[in-house]
Design a protein around this ligand. Structure first.
Ligand code: NAG
Ligand code: NAG
Length: 460
C-alpha cells in the first residue's frame, strides 16, 4: 500500500515541471505593499503575512475580485462563501495574538472545495445538480473539519462534472447544471478534464491558492494534468470520505489540487487521518502515514537513489518510424493493461454502478433536509425539471443513473467483478511494482492513474 502513494507523488512531480514552464509566461503582477499575490504559493503568502505585507482579508478580497472578473468565462467556482471575509478577519486577529510558529501553514489561506464535499455553513453542497439545492448536510465533511481546525478560510465551492461524472457517459468534462461549462484557462477550447474540473481550473487561473478535489477514476489527476497544476490522489481511506457525495466507497478518495507540490503536501498533511465517521477505512490507512508527516520529504534531492519505472504500452507510444530513445531496458508493461483500461471488460463498470446506488442512497438518506432522498428521486427530478432548467440537462441524459437504479446490491455478478478487479490489480500494477522493485512510475499524461486506482482501492 505504501508505494501507491509514492507513485502518485511521482505523477505530481511531472506536473511540477509544467508549472515551472507556465509560471514563466505570466507577467501580470498584482501587488499589495510591494508583494505580488498572483502566483504566490503558500510559503510566499505566509511570509507576507508575517512581514505585515499582506492580510488574509486582502488575500480574500483579491481572490473575490479575480472570481468576479474571470469566473464568468471559465466557470471554476459555483458559489462564494458569504462568510469568507469574516473568516479572514478572524484569521488576521488570531495571527496578531499568536507567536509565529504556532499556526499551521494553512492558517488564513483561502481554500476552494469541490461541490461534492459537505460544508455545514451558508454554502450549498450539490455535486453541481439543482436536485440538491436546499439540502442541509448533517455536518462538515471530515476533511473540511480538519481544514477548519488548521485555520483556513473556506472561500467557496468549485464546479465539477455534474455528480462527479456518475450521471451519464455524454456529459462534457466540467459541465454541470449549476456550474455551467467549466473551461481550461490555458486553452479555452481544450478540455479541462474532470470531474474535479473547477478545483483545477480555479487554482490554474489564480482565483484561489489551493483547492480540494475527489477522485474515483482519475478525477483529480486528469484535470490537474489538463490545467497544468498539481494533484495528489491519496490511497483510499487516507483521507476521510465522510460527507462526500459518493460514487464508490471502494474507490473514492479526497485530495489536494494546488499550483505547487509543496502547497499540495501542506494540504495533504492537514486532511489525512482517522475520522470516526469513516472509521474503518481511515483507521486502516492511518497506519501508512509516515511518522513526522509528509513535509519532511519536501527536499530537492528527494528522488535520489529511488528506482523509477517507465511503462511504454499504451502510455508512451511513439508513431512508427520515430527514433525511440534508449531507456536502458526500462520498458515495462502492466499485464492485461488493455482489459484494465476498459471499464466494461475489467468488471469495473459492473461494480461501480451497483456501488453508486448503495452509496448515494445512503448519503441522501443521511441529509437533514433534502428535496431528493434516493437515486430514484434524483432520476425523477431530472426527468421533471430538465426543460425548466437547461436544455443540456435533457440533452446529456442520465444513462449511468438509469443503469445504476436497476442494480440490486452486491450480488453474484458484482462479486465476480470485484474478484476480477482484485486479480487484475494483483497480476498487473502490484506485480509490476514488486517484481521490478520500483519506488515509483514516471508517466506522461493522466491515463496511468486508471491503471493503478484499482490497486489503491482494494485495501491491500
Ligand atoms: C444556496 O442556494 C440557495 C438557493 O436554494 C441560494 O439562495 C443561496 O444563495 C445559495 N448559497 C450560496 C452561498 O450561494
Ligand atoms: C462500455 O459500455 C457502454 C454501454 O454499452 C458503452 O457506451 C461504452 O462506450 C463502453 N465503454 C468502453 C470503454 O468500451
Amino acid at each position: 500500500m505504501a508505494f501507491h502513494c509514492q507513485i502518485l507523488l511521482q505523477l505530481v512531480l511531472s506536473h511540477a515541471l509544467l508549472i515551472l514552464i507556465f509560471s514563466g509566461l505570466i507577467s501580470t503582477r498584482v501587488t499589495v505593499h510591494g508583494f505580488s499575490i498572483k502566483e504566490a504559493n503558500v510559503d510566499d503568502l505566509q511570509l507576507a503575512f508575517q512581514q505585515n505585507k499582506l492580510t488574509s482579508r486582502q488575500l480574500v478580497e483579491f481572490y473575490l475580485g479575480e472570481i468576479s472578473r474571470l469566473n464568468p468565462l471559465v466557470h471554476g467556482v459555483i458559489e462564494v462563501n458569504p462568510d469568507a471575509l469574516y473568516q479572514a478577519d478572524k484569521a488576521d486577529g488570531e495571527r496578531k495574538a499568536k507567536a509565529p510558529g504556532w499556526l499551521s501553514e494553512l492558517h488564513g489561506i483561502p481554500v476552494l472545495v469541490k461541490d461534492n464535499i459537505a460544508t455545514k455553513d451558508k454554502l450549498n453542497t450539490t455535486a453541481g445538480s439543482s436536485a440538491l439545492l436546499g439540502s442541509v448536510v448533517p455536518r462538515d465533511a471530515g476533511v473540511v473539519k480538519r481544514l477548519r481546525d488548521a485555520g483556513v478560510v473556506i472561500l467557496g465551492k468549485a464546479s465539477l462534472t455534474e455528480w462527479s461524472d456518475s450521471r451519464s457517459l455524454t456529459l462534457p468534462d466540467g459541465w454541470s447544471a449549476r456550474g455551467g461549462p467549466g473551461l481550461n484557462p490555458y486553452v479555452l477550447s481544450a478540455s479541462p478534464c474532470g470531474s474535479s474540473s473547477g478545483s483545477a481550473i480555479s487554482v490554474a487561473a489564480n482565483m484561489v491558492a489551493v483547492s480540494l478535489g475527489t477522485e474515483t477514476r482519475a478525477s483529480m489527476i486528469c484535470p490537474a494534468n489538463a490545467n497544468s497544476v498539481v494533484a495528489i490522489k491519496p490511497t483510499v481511506g487516507l483521507t476521510s470520505r465522510a460527507g462526500i457525495i459518493p460514487i464508490s466507497l471502494r474507490q473514492d478518495s479526497i485530495g489536494p489540487i494546488c499550483r505547487t507540490v509543496s502547497d499540495a503536501v501542506y494540504v495533504l498533511e492537514a486532511i489525512v487521518g482517522f475520522d470516526e465517521n469513516d472509521a474503518e477505512a481511515t483507521k486502516q490507512a492511518s497506519k501508512f502515514i509516515p511518522h513526522g508527516g509528509y513535509k519532511q520529504f519536501l527536499k530537492p534531492d528527494g528522488l535520489k537513489g529511488k528506482r523509477l519505472g517507465i511503462t511504454r504500452i499504451p502510455f508512451l507510444n511513439y508513431p512508427s518510424g520515430s527514433v525511440v530513445p534508449n531507456t536502458n531496458g526500462c520498458n515495462l508493461e502492466i499485464n492485461n493493461i488493455h482489459v484494465i483500461l476498459n471499464v466494461n471488460q475489467s468488471g469495473e463498470a459492473t461494480a461501480l454502478v451497483a456501488e453508486l446506488k448503495l452509496a448515494l442512497n445512503s448519503y441522501l438518506k443521511d441529509l437533514v433536509v433534502s428535496p431528493v432522498r434516493s437515486l430514484a428521486e434524483v432520476i425523477a427530478f431530472n426527468k421533471k425539471f430538465s426543460d425548466l432548467m437547461t436544455k443540456s440537462l435533457e440533452e446529456y441524459g442520465q444513462g449511468i443513473f438509469l443503469v445504476a437504479e436497476r442494480t440490486k446490491g452486491i450480488g453474484p455478478v458484482e462479486k465476480a467483478a470485484l474478484l476480477n478487479l482484485q486479480k487484475l490489480s494483483r497480476d498487473g500494477f502490484e506485480k509490476l511494482m514488486i517484481d521490478n522493485e520500483l519506488d515509483a512510475v514516471v508517466t506522461p499524461g493522466a491515463d496511468f492513474a486508471q491503471a493503478c486506482h484499482l490497486a489503491s482501492a482494494l485495501g491491500d
